[in-house]
Write a protein that binds this ligand. Structure first.
Ligand SMILES: [Zn+2]
Length: 246
C-alpha cells in the first residue's frame, strides 16, 4: 500500500478512535443512570421523612397515653374522695364535683385526640409501606440502568481495543517523514488533514481539482495539497473509491 493511502487509513482509524472515546466519556446512558439515582435519592429522603414523622407521632402518642392514665387516676381519686364521706363541707364538695366534671371532659377530649392520631398514624403507615415498595423498585431501576451502561461501555471498550490494534498494526508501515506530514496536516485541519479525491474533487471542501494538479495525483508518491483548503490529497485505487467516505 502506498504511503499516502496508509495515511488516509490512519486518519480513518484516528477519527473512529476519537469518536469512540467521545462515546465512552459522554455516553447518553450515563445521564440515565444519573437521573435514576437522583429519583432514588428523592424517594429515599421522602421515605426517611415519613419514617421520622411516624416515630415522632408514636412518641407523642405515648406521652398522651401517660397523660390519659394520670387523668384517669386523678379522676378516680377525686371520685373516691367525693363519695367516700370524708369531706362534708358543702362548698368544698361542690368544687370537687365541678372539678370531677371538668376532669371527665378533659379525659374524653384526650381520648378522642389519641384515637384520631392513632388512626392517622395507621393510615400513614399503610402509605409508607406502599412507598417502601416504590423505593425498592427505583433501586432496581438504578441497578438496571447501571447494568445497561456497563454493558455498553464494555462493548465500546472492545471496539476501541480493536481499533487500537489496527492502528498499532498500521504504524510500523508508515515512514517517519509521512508520519510527520500526517501530524502537521491533522493539527492544521482539526484531525482531518488528509482528504480523499472523489470525482476529481477534494472531499474535504468539495472543490473541483484543477487539471494541472490532477496530473500529479496519478503519481502515488507526489505530495499534492488542495488549492482551496490546503488538505493533503490522496487518490485511492478505484475499488477503494466505492467505500463510504468519512
Ligand atoms: Zn479541499
Amino acid at each position: 500500500m502506498e504511503q499516502l493511502e496508509l495515511l488516509w487509513r490512519l486518519q480513518d482509524l484516528d477519527l473512529a478512535i476519537a469518536g469512540l472515546q467521545e462515546k465512552i466519556e459522554s455516553n447518553p446512558l450515563l445521564e440515565n443512570v444519573r437521573l435514576a439515582k437522583e429519583k432514588q435519592g428523592e424517594l429515599q429522603s421522602t421515605l426517611d421523612r415519613g419514617k421520622e414523622w411516624q416515630a415522632e407521632q408514636r412518641k407523642k402518642l405515648k406521652m398522651m397515653e401517660l397523660d390519659l392514665n394520670k387523668l384517669a387516676a386523678d379522676r378516680a381519686g377525686l371520685h373516691n374522695k367525693l363519695y367516700g364521706g370524708e369531706v362534708s363541707n358543702i362548698r368544698e364538695l361542690e368544687l370537687m364535683e365541678k372539678r370531677l366534671v371538668s376532669l371527665g371532659r378533659e379525659q374524653e377530649a384526650l381520648e378522642e385526640k389519641i384515637i384520631r392520631l392513632m388512626e392517622e398514624v395507621e393510615r400513614r403507615q399503610v402509605e409508607l409501606e406502599e412507598f417502601k415498595g416504590q423505593v425498592k423498585r427505583q433501586e432496581q431501576a438504578v441497578l438496571g440502568e447501571e447494568d445497561k451502561l456497563e454493558r455498553e461501555l464494555a462493548n465500546l471498550g472492545l471496539q476501541l481495543e480493536q481499533l487500537q490494534e489496527n492502528r498499532d498494526g498500521l504504524l510500523p508501515l508508515i515512514e517517519s517523514k509521512y508520519m510527520d506530514l500526517y501530524r502537521t496536516q491533522c493539527q492544521r485541519h482539526g484531525g482531518k488533514g488528509i482528504s480523499r479525491v472523489i470525482n476529481d474533487s477534494c472531499s474535504g471542501c468539495r472543490m473541483f481539482i484543477s487539471s494541472a494538479q490532477r496530473g500529479f495525483l496519478y503519481n502515488p508518491n507526489s505530495i499534492v495539497y488542495c488549492e482551496n483548503c490546503g488538505r493533503l490529497l490522496v487518490r485511492l485505487s478505484d475499488s477503494d473509491n466505492k467505500t463510504v467516505d468519512t
